[in-house]
Write a new protein. Structure first.
Length: 145
C-alpha cells in the first residue's frame, strides 16, 4: 500500500478498480465485479480513458503500457496480488475465501500475478478498442461529467 493525497476523480471512501480496457481477461474481471458486487462498492475505470491516465499519472505509473491492475481506496492504492486480495475481500463470501492465499509471501504472489498479467493478451486475447460499458452498467464507471 502506498499513500498520497486523493488522485483526480476519486473522493474519500471511493473504491476504484483500474483495469486494461482492451484486455479480454481484464474486461471479464470488470464484468465479474459488476455482477458480484451487490453492494455497489466498486467503481471501474479503464486505464486507457482520460480519467484512468490521470489517476495513473498521479501515482507515477506509466500511461502508455499497463502491467498491473490498481485498486484505489481514496488516497491509498494497491497493485498486483495485493490489489486482487483487496477487491475479493470486499466482495464478501464466497469470493473472500481466496484471501487464504495471502499467507504466501508477497514476492511469490506477485510473481504469479506477473506471469498472468504479462501474458494476458497472448493467452486471453485483446480487443482492438476499449469496450464501452452497457446501459445497465450506468454509474459503475468513472467518467467526466
Amino acid at each position: 500500500m502506498r499513500q498520497t493525497h486523493n488522485p483526480p476523480y476519486i473522493k474519500d471512501g471511493d473504491c476504484i478498480i483500474l483495469f486494461d480496457g482492451v484486455c479480454k481477461l481484464c474486461n471479464a474481471w470488470a464484468n465479474f465485479i459488476i455482477d458480484k458486487d451487490a453492494n455497489r462498492t466498486f467503481k471501474l475505470c479503464s486505464v486507457q480513458s482520460a480519467e484512468g491516465k490521470a489517476i495513473l499519472d498521479h501515482f507515477n505509473y506509466p500511461t502508455d503500457y499497463y502491467e498491473t491492475m490498481l485498486y484505489v481506496e481514496g488516497n491509498r492504492f494497491y497493485e498486483k496480488s495485493t490489489a486482487f486480495f483487496g477487491v475479493v475481500d470486499k466482495l464478501g463470501y464466497p469470493w473472500k475465501m481466496f484471501c487464504v492465499f495471502r499467507v504466501l509471501p508477497i514476492s511469490l504472489r506477485d510473481w504469479i500475478y506477473d506471469r498472468i498479467a504479462l501474458n494476458r493478451y497472448r493467452i486471453f486475447g485483446r480487443y482492438d478498442y476499449c469496450v464501452l460499458p452497457s446501459a445497465d452498467h450506468k454509474g459503475r464507471y468513472i467518467h467526466e461529467d
